[in-house]
Unconditional design. Sequence first.
Length: 407
Amino acid sequence: MRTAFTDIRLFDGEQVHPTTTVVVENGFVASVGDPEPAGIDHAVDGTGRTLLPGLIDAHAHTLPEDLTTALRFGVTTVLEMGGPSSAEDRAAWAARPDSADVRSAGLPVTAPHGHPTQLFAHLSGPDVPDVSAWPQTSTPEEARRLVDRLVDSGSDYVKFILEEGTVMGDPGLPLLRHDAYAAGVRAAHERGVLTMTHAQTAATWTQAAQAGADALVHLFIDRPHDDRLVDTIAASGAFVTPCLVLARSFMGLAATDLAADPRVVEKLDPLWVDALGRSLSTWNVPFDDALASVAALDAAGIDVLVGTDASIAFPGSGGPAHGASVHHELALLVEAGLSPARALRAATSVPARRFGLDDRGRVAPGLRADLLLVDGDPTTTIGDSLSIAGVWRSGRQLAGEKETVGR
């Protein structure tokens, strides 16, 4: 099967090509910029449209149906930051044609009775983790054993929790001891895997940088940024997935505009639309401080990635939704001062590079044909990313998309 996108504006994950031709064959990008070859099975008229790499959500917690929802919004890869699924589960999920691909940390390492075990104490069901089996440690030796167990069981990277609960409205949670945390980070690096760290305060950010964490997968929101903290993170080489959509919810700001957008409502279960219209409201500080912090991190040359922390929806919940909130996060990064192209890199080529996913995140010959086609130009108007005309994963168009994309 050969598909040609003709007269298309292309954002290739790095830069914009105003008008070009992209050919896809057997699930991969065959050419970019060459004339349309003979023998094309399907041609897509790109007039007035933009072709992008499939988007990557660099922070989510997923079930199979969430991966299906994500794909409908052009999110072709989900990087899970904590869940009970096995490597075999994830391979089966990703093999479905209606599912985004997925990588996972497995269950994160935390302190005894630390976050997020408190969230599951009163929940039950087949998808709720067994809290007693959660990787919990208070010693360096045990931390190393837990890391080995996670890597041996198929975790693609290892996540650690540094959370004492204040910004989440749950102060006093047990905090992972620094010697155990640092030993776990070293053990993961010895096994050749990246380390992700959940941290939402300036103090825990500093702790993570001192331990050599590869990534901070939330934003500190307990205070405004300062040069010393930004310089510390820049010197560490860590990347940051700020999850502004979640920080905004903590601060009492619901995603009401997103919940009212017909482009979202038509693709999202009503339960998730309702969640977008609510907020968690646990931390009363100005959201502008969070935007300024992200701007400072970006200006310091720190890689900023798009992530949502979308998780499970239940009655009364508020906050991010799978797939849709990736587009909201893009808009918030632009609100923070990043250019639309820079924000789009944060959801395509940058996470692919930082996670070693060398087969995706860009539109280039030989790479997977994970593609998002939109009406308009999100490289100038970021909101156009939601005007989805078609989604392809490994060269296969998602069923049910508009029939008018081809000729």
